[in-house]
Design a protein around this ligand. Sequence first.
Ligand code: QAP
Ligand code: CO
Length: 170
Amino acid sequence: MAILNILEFPDPRLRTIAKPVTVVDDRIRQLVDDMFETMYAAPGIGLAATQVNVHERVIVIDLSEDHSEPLVFINPELEVLTDELDEMQEGCLSVPGFYETVTRPDRVRVKALGRDGEPFEMVCEGLLAVCIQHECDHLNGKLFVDYLSNLKRDRIRKKLEKLHRAQANA
Ligand code: QAP
Ligand code: CO
C-alpha cells in the first residue's frame, strides 16, 4: 500500500475527464487500496482517482469514524431520483482548508462495479448522496468550487496559489 500525492486546486490536471475502467484487475484493486490508505491518512471521507492523478473512473468513500464502511465505485453512473435539493457544507482534499455550502439533489441512485468487478446499485440520501455526487464530479473534471460565485472561487484560488508558492520556496 502507498500514500499517493493529492493534486490541489487550481492544478489543471483536476480538469481531466477520467476514462472508464475496462477490466477490474489487480492493478485497479491496488489503486483502490492505495486510495483508501491516502484518504484515511488525510483524513477524508471520499476520494476520486482524478485527485491522485489517475484518470480512470474509480471512487472510494467511507463515512464511518472507524474505517469500517469502505465503499468502492468503479464506472459509477448517477440517476437523480428527486427534485428536492439539499444544502450542505462541502470540503475537498484538493481544496484544503476551504468549506462552502453547495446545493445538490437529495436522493440519487448509483450503479457501479465493486472492488471485485461485480455490478451493484445503491440509493443514496443525505451525506452519502452529497459525497457520491461530489466524487462523480471529480471524474468529470469538476470541483465543488465551480458551484460558487466567481468571486469566491477566485479568492480560494489566489489563497491556494500563494500557499503553493510558499511551499515551493520552503
Ligand atoms: C467530499 O471531502 C465531501 O479541507 C469529501 O483541510 C465533503 O473528504 C463530501 C478534507 C463534504 C460531502 C461533504 C478537507 C480534509 C477532507 C479539507 C473530504 C482538509 C482536510 C475532505
Ligand atoms: Co473532492
